[in-house]
Design a binder for this molecule. Structure first.
Ligand code: ZN
Length: 82
């Protein structure tokens, strides 16, 4: 399946409208409504990196993590990257 997103144009998240069924606890009135639900497409691929499931772009939780994975630079004191 192709999502049609390139890493440059992919929003890496979406806001969907979801129907929330709700009843006012006090009056019993039906107060069901539409709600915006923000959803990230990023999933963690290890403790310092995440990846967008739609376009495959990889992000880092810190500059030290980016330096480690892109340049192979180790940073003292960062778990897993020392
Ligand atoms: Zn993306």
């Amino acid at each position: 399946m192709t999502w049609g997103y390139s890493q440059e144009t992919c929003p890496h998240s979406e806001t969907r409208q979801v129907w929330v069924e709700e009843e006012d606890a006090w009056s019993g009135e039906d107060i069901s409504h539409w709600e915006d639900k923000w959803e990230s497409w990023d999933v963690d691929i290890d403790i310092h990196r995440f990846k967008c499931t739609r376009c495959g772009r990889i992000g880092y939780y810190s500059g030290a993590a980016r330096a480690f994975y892109e340049d192979g630079k180790r940073s003292p004191g960062i778990r897993g990257l020392e």
